[in-house]
Design a protein around this ligand. Structure first.
Ligand code: BDR
Ligand code: CA
Length: 336
């Protein structure tokens, strides 16, 4: 890079950082990730996409309360790994049950959280307390770790309380949550993951770590219809079969509760931000979470005024290549 200006060199470094592989002299290195999740149909497909993605290594999976109590989400993590017949055994964690709102989302995801399929539970590693596990990984890792948060942020906020921000190895936190300029899905303005534990969301968003938000504004822009589900028609096992089993129920729920003839795969899109970051654009903005409002508790607020005195504290995904993203998701999931 000897003939480049400092600005050009910095740009190249940033572009490399955003590419799917971190290159070393020995070759491509997989991005190490922790997934905090509350499966949930879109969580299940996000996990399936990640374990099928050579760009990442799922080092740990932790269960949070959200769509269901954490204990049931933990069961579903085991169910998903068992169904996918994944050899690798990630570290497993579980957070506290029902920290705040007490509302679940069984009407969207099924009584068991996985479309009433009641898949067999294949126990893998025993679960450790989630916040402690996440903190110990961030503290002890040799390389930077990406946290992908697909659930209310209870476990992540508790983990951040246990680490030293100067020495912890955090590449960034990518979180699915928030609704800025679209209606909420848990209250008029509140998105489910933020609405469920607004205090935790506030602590994470205001932490000094790099945070990338994947809000409903983005995840509701991509609609998967029954025609897209054809991609899974021939899949007899694995991720494609899981999608075939889960999506019809999810579609019914979207028809009933969102009046939509298709589905939004919120958490899958957040997973794609980690596995295929080059498909997305982001903007830097100041953002916070309302924790007081009688009607607006649990809503996210972004200061989008052109002349705001506030310094940006997060990156928000602002656009993506729709065709490329849909192809990426369908091709990653349509496998045996
Ligand atoms: C989020 O809420 C949950 O029901 C989904 O799994 C997703 O994480 C979307 O608002
Ligand atoms: Ca989720």
């Amino acid at each position: 890079m000897c003939c480049l200006t400092a600005r050009e060199a910095a740009l190249i470094v940033e572009i490399r950082r955003q590419t799917r592989y971190i290159r070393t002299r020995e070759g491509p290195v997989k991005r190490k990730i922790i997934v905090d999740t509350d499966p949930g149909i879109d969580d299940a497909l996000a996990l399936a996409l990640l374990v099928k993605s050579p760009e990442v290594t799922v080092h740990a999976v932790t269960a949070a309360s959200g769509n269901l109590p954490a204990e049931e989400c933990l069961k579903n993590i085991h169910r998903i790994y068992g169904f996918l017949r994944i050899e690798e055994k990630p570290l497993i964690g579980m957070g506290p049950d029902w920290p705040r709102s007490g509302e679940d989302a069984r009407h969207i995801h099924g009584k068991d959280g996985l479309a009433n399929t009641y898949l067999p539970v294949f126990l893998r590693n025993a679960a450790q307390p989630a916040a402690k596990l996440i903190a110990s990984i961030l503290t002890g890792s040799a390389e930077p770790v990406t946290i992908l948060a697909l659930a209310p942020l209870t476990n992540i906020a508790d983990a951040l309380d246990r680490i030293d921000f100067h020495t912890a190895k955090v590449e960034r936190i990518v979180l699915m949550g928030g609704a800025f300029h679209v209606p909420g899905n848990a209250s008029p303005l509140g998105e489910f993951n933020i609405h469920h534990d607004p205090e935790a969301a506030r602590r994470v968003i205001n932490s000094p770590l790099p945070v990338t938000i994947v809000p409903l504004d983005i995840t509701t822009r991509l609609v998967f219809t029954v025609r897209d589900f054809d991609a899974f028609a021939k899949c007899r096992r694995g991720a494609g079969r899981l999608a075939r089993n889960l999506l019809p129920f999810y579609l019914q729920a979207h028809r009933r509760y969102h009046r939509l003839d298709g589905v939004h795969l919120h958490d899958v899109i957040a997973a794609a931000v980690v596995a295929a970051g080059d498909l997305f654009k982001t903007r830097r903005v100041w953002c916070d979470v309302e924790t007081e409002g009688e009607i607006t508790r649990g809503t996210t607020v972004a200061d989008d005024r052109p002349f705001t005195p506030r310094e940006p504290n997060v990156e928000v995904v602002s656009s993506f290549d729709e065709k490329a993203l849909k192809n990426f998701i369908l091709s990653r999931l349509a496998t045996d």
